[in-house]
Design a protein around this ligand. Structure first.
Ligand SMILES: Cc1ncc(COP(=O)(O)O)c(C=O)c1O
Length: 418
């Protein structure tokens, strides 16, 4: 049976596919260090207790009907206050939209801003921009970010494509790299957008920026999070933010996210999502509205949560550097943010001790999985070239006591290749 062009050509998520293969191995009794999922093990990283209690309470209070289409007013007010206090950004309730996590909001941005065949600029590796662009039949303008820039896009790569583009999708801290925009690099991109929008005539559609800052609370060391509007206030007219409780509070399954941006765009996004029905559940909205006002609980939770993630990222980074210093084919980028480490395993074209050629990167991925029992997501799952030797390592399900053993197994596997 033939179905729509969209559904017939949709590429399934590579990460979900890989996750399925790993789960099958685990089901068959294999012990795998599964660092593939961009999620948290609730036994290691539970949601804040206060939030959990508020959700249960909200159901007990029978908050089980439809929420307001744009999100309940008390939650939008709480988001406005939270954003003002934590990020010094001034938005009103009417410029804020609630939905069931970041995904529906991203979909709504693409739908609200872009038409089929519109140019959409995004860097790779990045999370799911390729799929959202496909959804709306947009023209993919793909910028291959490099290790030299910590895999963040820079203005000079964007500039040649900017004419008649509708949307630039940016993300910082970035999934899959765990890296962030440096102030100057984001300023340069903003200046490019402002310059282009000044150049466009009154009848022409403006160039918008979707700024996905899902992980912005999770920065480490002296890393600072920057956003387009604080750096360049004129960007307020063209920037749509994506945010949620999903990653900041390990609450991926709770499904509450928010967008803020120009009211004209936010209103269209609301209209689109009304028909999709991707609202955050009523009780969760009530609970999050109350929780966001509890600053001491939030600060306490984040201090502990961030320390735990940072410890894992740093321990693995340090271990990988030691292997590199021993001359093994492994490298990593210093962790900056989120729950991810960018790791290079450069074995393609080499032979294992038993004479097997690791002919391409996918055989390297299989080798590491089978020999070191280490499961990572190759950057090609995030739109990079199939030959890219870089991987995402997620610590959301990592037990600290496993790290030494995992590094030992990886070392043995790397030593067997030359
Ligand atoms: C950068 C980024 N944006 C958005 C999302 C979607 O988040 P949600 O689970 O709230 O839909 C994710 C999830 O992995 C992400 O990594």
């Amino acid at each position: 049976m033939k179905l729509s062009h969209l559904s017939e050509t949709l590429i399934g998520s590579e990460i979900v596919k890989l996750g399925g293969e790993i789960r099958e191995k685990i089901r068959q009794g294999e012990r795998i260090f599964n660092f593939t999922v961009g999620d948290f093990d609730p036994a290691i990283f539970p949601i804040p207790k206060e939030l959990e209690d508020l959700i249960v309470e909200a159901y007990r209070e029978h908050f089980t009907n439809y929420p307001a289409a744009e999100g309940n007013l008390d939650l939008r007010q709480a988001v406005v206050k939270f954003t003002r206090e934590k990020e010094k950004l001034e938005y009103t309730e009417n410029e804020t939209l609630i939905a069931a996590g970041g995904r529906p909001l991203i979909y709504a941005v693409f739908r609200a801003v872009c038409d089929a065949n519109d140019k959409i600029i995004y860097a790779v590796p990045s999370w799911n921009n390729n799929h959202y662009t496909h959804f709306i039949g947009g023209k993919h303008v793909v910028i291959e970010a490099t290790a030299e820039n910590n895999f963040m896009p820079v203005a000079k790569d964007i500039r040649p494509h900017i004419e008649r583009a509708s949307l630039i999708a940016l993300c910082s801290p970035q999934n899959p790299t765990g890296t962030t925009f440096k102030k100057k690099d984001l300023e340069e991109i903003c200046d490019l957008v402002l310059e282009e929008n000044k150049r466009r005539g009154p009848e022409e559609k403006k160039l918008y920026v979707m700024f996905d800052q899902m992980y912005w609370h999770l920065t480490y060391g002296n890393i600072e999070h920057f956003n387009p509007v604080t750096l360049r206030p004129e960007m307020k007219e063209y920037t749509i933010f994506i945010d949620a409780i999903s990653k900041a509070f390990a609450a991926t399954g709770v499904r509450v996210g928010w967008s803020f941006g120009p009211a004209t765009v936010i209103n269209k996004m609301k209209a689109i999502l009304t028909h999709v029905g991707a609202w955050a559940p009523m009780a969760e909205q009530k609970a999050v509205a109350r929780f966001l006002g509890n600053t001491p609980a939030i600060d306490k939770y984040l201090a502990h949560f961030k320390k735990e993630i940072e410890e894992r990222l740093n321990a693995i980074y340090k271990g990988l550097n030691e292997l590199k210093e021993e001359g093994l084919s492994v490298d990593a980028i210093a962790p900056e943010a989120a729950i991810y480490l960018t790791v290079k395993i450069d074995l393609a074209g080499k032979k294992t001790r038993d004479g097997k050629l690791l002919s391409d990167q996918s055989s390297v991925t299989d080798y590491i999985l089978n020999e070191a029992k280490l499961a990572l997501v190759p950057f090609y799952a995030f739109g990079a070239e199939k030959t890219s030797p870089w991987y995402r390592l997620s610590v959301g399900t990592c037990k600290k006591e496993e790290i030494g053993e995992m590094l030992g197994k990886l070392k043995e596997a790397l030593k067997k290749v030359s």
